[in-house]
Write a protein that binds this ligand. Structure first.
Ligand code: C5P
Length: 275
């Protein structure tokens, strides 16, 4: 008899805004961030087992640890049951799109279903992005990431581009000029996506400048994205190096992604819808 296996999608997390508004005494930074989730991501499978195991497969598996160093493994241990995990990796690592955090949240969601109980895990202990990834739905993230408020937003078509350089999140935070930047301005109410795009363009990712100083490839990605037809907003996600472009009208993203892939075959390029 085959043990029941639960498969869970681990979507890419995109920070449409990321304002750094302060720093706590323990060094962690206070954030104000609008987060949405993509229909591209990793796939996690969990099944009951007599001991923990992790198998990493997929196009982005190279270099991903398949032992207790992996956040998936730590999440399962925190849940407190041994499971056999398969992680099918499609998202680049250390890329600002929450790959590891989303994988860990997917493990917990799968285990909740498998064992029929809430995880009971204190999510921020696994990482600042894990609480929002557990929701996997558009949200405002505040505090150091532990305060998550779900939002009702229209879907957005984007392309995601990573120049295939890894970025160290602590190094980017350390390189910040200021840690007391203003929070997001109030979001427009109502469902009109044109107003939301205008508002989004007035917000920031405060980590974009220090990350671009550390990795000049980020500046090149932002420039190339801004040249595409119909682009409304270009920004970096998280601590980089993945950047995104939001388009004025829906449906343009697929053909624009193909153009980017042709011009920059060495970059990771995906088109996605955020929700
Ligand atoms: O929590 P996570 O593992 O994603 O954070 C990685 C590093 O990024 C932390 O060790 C910390 O240096 C920095 N960080 C921060 N403030 C946050 C989130 C992360 O300073 N709110």
């Amino acid at each position: 008899m085959t043990a029941q296996a639960i498969e869970v999608f681990a979507p890419a997390k995109i920070n449409l805004t990321l304002h750094v508004t302060g720093q706590r005494a323990d060094g962690y930074h206070l954030l104000d961030s609008l987060v949405m989730f993509a229909d591209v991501g990793d796939r996690v499978t969990v099944a009951r087992a007599s001991e923990m195991s992790l198998r990493v497969t997929g196009p982005m598996a190279a270099g991903v640890p398949d032992d207790a160093r992996n956040l998936c493994w730590k999440a399962a241990e925190a849940f407190g049951e041994p499971v056999a995990i398969t992680l099918d990796k499609h998202l680049p690592a250390a890329a600002g799109i929450g790959g590891g955090s989303s994988d860990a949240a997917a493990v917990l969601r799968g285990m909740e279903q498998l064992f029929g109980r809430p995880s009971g895990v204190h999510l921020p202990d696994l990482g600042a992005d894990v609480p929002v990834c557990m929701l996997a739905h558009a949200a405002r993230m505040q505090g150091i990431g532990e305060q998550v408020t779900p939002l009702d937003l229209q879907p957005l078509d984007v392309i995601l581009v990573n120049p295939r350089v890894e970025v160290s999140t602590p190094a980017v935070f350390k390189a910040l000029d200021r840690r007391d930047n203003p929070p997001m301005t109030p979001m427009p109410e109502g469902p009109r996506s044109r107003d939301v795009l205008t508002w989004l363009a007035e917000q920031r990712n405060d980590l974009e400048a220090p990350a671009s100083d550390l990795r000049p490839e980020i500046g090149q990605v932002l420039r190339e994205l801004s040249f595409l037809d119909g682009v409304r907003l270009v920004r970096m996600s998280g601590s980089g190096a993945t950047c995104f472009a939001v388009f004025e009208s829906r449906g343009l993203h697929e053909v624009m992604a193909q153009e980017m892939r042709r011009n920059f075959p060495q970059w990771w390029v995906e088109y996605a819808t955020l929700s």
